[in-house]
Write a protein that binds this ligand. Sequence first.
Ligand code: FAD
Length: 326
Amino acid sequence: MTPPESLSIFENLNVKENALLSAYTTFRLGGPCSLLIQCDTPEEVQQAVKALAQNKLPFILLGGGSNLVVSDQGLECIVIRYVSDTPRIEYHNDLITVSASTRLDDLALFAARRGLLGLNYTSGIPGSVGGAIVGNAGAFGQQVGDHLESVILLDRKGIQRKASPGELGFSYRDSKLKETGEIVLSASFRVEPGDAEKLLKEREETLNLRREKHPNLKTHPCAGSFFRNIEPTSRAGRRQATGWFLEQAGGKNLHVGGAKIFDRHANIIVKADETCRAQDVYELSLKMAELAKKAFDLDLIREVRFVGPFQKKVKDFSSAESFLIW
Ligand SMILES: Cc1cc2nc3c(=O)[nH]c(=O)nc-3n(C[C@H](O)[C@H](O)[C@H](O)COP(=O)(O)OP(=O)(O)OC[C@H]3O[C@@H](n4cnc5c(N)ncnc54)[C@H](O)[C@@H]3O)c2cc1C
């Protein structure tokens, strides 16, 4: 796909031609896209989507880029990037309303500072509020969908609607939004009064724990846990860590090119050096899935999404040969 003949259809939006997507993902991987439209506000996303729809131009939407691997070949479509370093958050009558471009951790900090209960467990989770809602992000047994009051969605033609959490079909690390392709513009969360000092202390503890357990993105780019945890069994009665199974099976020794397993967590792939390609990550993920199948007869389900074309080298446990998703 070539970029639109004239960029004037995007009027005053912030656009960049031939943008390298590695700059916009936490894995620091991915080739170029013809055009990247940086949107900070719901109004900018709506303007961009309307212009694209009117001109029949396909696009995909990125948030913080912390839950995906973009192909080395890049993407043959326009990319809207909807994440911002400027938090847009309001609080009235026990409801926090936030633009989906706000970073989830900025939302957690906002709530903790004001002594508002309900979002502290999201401290330190990378990415945007929008990405967290779509993937029902969570930690410590809580997930974003549990605390949501409502969302404003935008369809692919640029039409808005308000939706309740019940309509979004939340389940573990999943929502119906992955299928519908609707964009989360903003969200409201219900919170309760609490103690700011206590919440900020708890937040520090959570951040310290995350620093111990998770890779430092500056030195070990990654997309967090690669596969979902294992469904609860009647005996265990709770979800079981995929990392534990992979570690027992010797998964920490797996690697492909510059893609390696994080030494403190067998369910995390890291970009170990600059030779690492997105294709390496793809192939390493297949090896991990194969190992879990052989050792424990487990069918792992990817949490991280592949975007764009990937070359299939070994048998994939999912049917798709390439993953131009959305
Ligand atoms: C070090 C590290 C630790 C992590 N820890 C956790 C954790 O504890 N818990 C957890 O759940 N996850 C964790 N993750 C994964 C990731 O942070 C979450 O999945 C996050 O919510 C993804 O948000 P994002 O904005 O980066 O989404 P992206 O990666 O940009 O996109 C993911 C998907 O969401 C869609 N999307 C993004 N924004 C919108 C929007 N506004 N509207 C519609 N669709 C949208 C994209 O199209 C894409 O399909 C971790 C990742 C890293 C790198």
